[in-house]
Design a protein around this ligand. Structure first.
Ligand code: FDA
Length: 397
């Protein structure tokens, strides 16, 4: 039987951060992962450049049944703290947009920082290690694993969520929670493209590849970012962001001209005596392909598309406004865990201490990172949650 003070299951963002922190306190720590390599999601992230945090991290960028749960950890280990760590290793990074910070070179630089911190802290890392069973003992936990039996005083579950199973993602953490009688909230693939059906799908397919800035709303939340039409439906940052708020059956509303007021524009064109067709004028402010297909909507094609600008009535303008500023669709679903960046929902925050991340009912058992019911927006917020929760738990495990 190999004995460690702490065993962390999951060598991803949160697990490595926690292990390094605990190791630096003098704890003997092992990190076990069933994958052949550590930190696969870090390596894949941000298009290979890892959007590792954001200048503007605030609790409102996170969703959870308990919106207050994340506050304490985000305050105790902030984006500035993580920047201090990356600066220590002279990592070169840049702000892309909206405070999002990316590596200049490659995502591996972030993983290397975590591995260097673990090495300095004497952390043992085991890959290709299947965890077969976990049992609570008087002094902690006993594990049977593919690498033999192990025991520890504190056990940290940092196995993330099941998005992108080909990267080794599983729902293991939820099973452990349930084994110990902890509640797991409803889960859904999130930060993921929408799929469409029927006419909406045909439209998306005809426009596949067209991207434009939009504002997209669902359940009172709005994001203004780029949207992309795809062969399956809709993607792009605006769409991924809104999926954090979307539930099956919900309608979403899309404003294709978030920075313009179409009614005012049309009246202005009328006042100026514009001679061009509506299609030509609209193509000045929207992708041409999109305008053609939009004016083909039967209601618009029948009554408006062929009219001269001067002939457009107030009700015609209202109809155009409803199609361009308030396009409403009900996605048939999402592309699911195959492509989702995160899982919304997870181990209920009611079961955990927001200070230590220890399960209230099971002393010595900790959950950190994405496995918990705390889900961040797109933009570096999910990694910041992994760093903050990993660091804070690392102080206690
Ligand atoms: P993470 O998933 O990182 O680690 C879990 C580890 O547990 C893995 O190493 C896995 O192999 C291991 N594991 C799972 N099941 C196990 C089992 N049964 N036994 C043993 N080990 C097991 N976020 C962000 O902020 N900025 C970004 O740029 C991106 N980009 C991005 C791109 C893509 C393609 C994806 C899929 C995700 C992102 N994300 C992101 C989200 C981010 O990657 C995610 O939120 C964090 O990696 C979560 O960190 P965790 O440590 O909680 O889990």
């Amino acid at each position: 039987m190999r004995y460690f003070d702490s065993i962390v299951i999951g060598a991803g963002a949160a697990g490595l951060m926690c292990a390094a922190t605990a190791g630096q306190r003098g704890r003997q720590v092992a990190v076990l992962d069933h994958a052949n390599k550590v930190g696969k999601k870090i390596l894949m992230s941000g298009g290979g450049r890892c959007n590792f945090t954001n200048y503007n991290v605030e609790p409102r960028h996170y969703l959870s049944e308990n919106a207050h749960f994340c506050i304490s950890a985000l305050r105790r280990y902030t984006q500035q703290d993580f920047l201090e760590l990356v600066n220590k290793y002279q990592l070169e990074y840049h702000e892309k947009t909206l405070g999002q910070l990316f590596c200049n070179n490659r995502a591996k630089d972030i993983l290397n920082i975590l591995l260097a911190e673990c090495e300095q802290a004497g952390v043992t890392i085991e890959t290709r290690c299947q965890i077969h069973t976990i049992e609570k003992t008087e002094g902690g936990f006993e594990l049977t694993t593919g690498l033999g039996p192990m025991a520890c005083e504190s056990l940290v579950i940092a196995t993330g969520g099941p998005s992108i199973p080909t990267l080794g993602a599983t729902g293991f953490g939820y099973d452990v929670a349930q084994q110990f009688g902890l509640r797991v909230t409803e889960r859904q693939a999130s930060l993921v493209p929408f799929t469409l059906k029927n006419d909406a799908l045909s439209l998306a397919q005809a426009l596949a590849g067209v991207a434009l800035p939009v504002s997209i709303s669902c359940r009172g939340q709005t994001f203004k970012e780029a949207m992309l039409f795809t062969h399956k439906g809709l993607s792009g940052p605006a769409v991924l962001q809104i999926t954090n708020y979307w539930y099956f059956g919900d309608e979403v509303e899309i404003d294709l001209l978030p920075d313009q007021d179409l009614a005012t524009l049309i009246t202005q064109w009328q006042r100026e005596g514009a001679k061009s067709e509506l299609k030509t004028l609209l193509s000045r402010i929207l992708p041409k392909r999109l305008v053609s297909h939009w004016l083909d909507f039967p209601e618009l094609a029948a009554s408006i598309a062929s009219k001269a600008i001067a002939q457009l009535s107030k009700s015609d303008i209202e109809l155009l406004v409803s199609y361009f500023h308030h396009w409403r669709i009900t996605p048939s679903g999402t592309e699911g865990y195959k492509t989702a960046e995160v899982t919304r929902g997870g181990v209920s925050t009611d079961e955990l201490s927001s200070k230590t991340f220890e399960a209230k009912l099971v002393p010595g058992l900790y959950f950190i990172g994405e496995v918990i019911d705390v889900t961040g927006w797109l933009g570096g917020y999910n990694f910041q949650w992994a760093w903050s929760s990993g660091y804070c738990a690392g102080q206690y495990v």
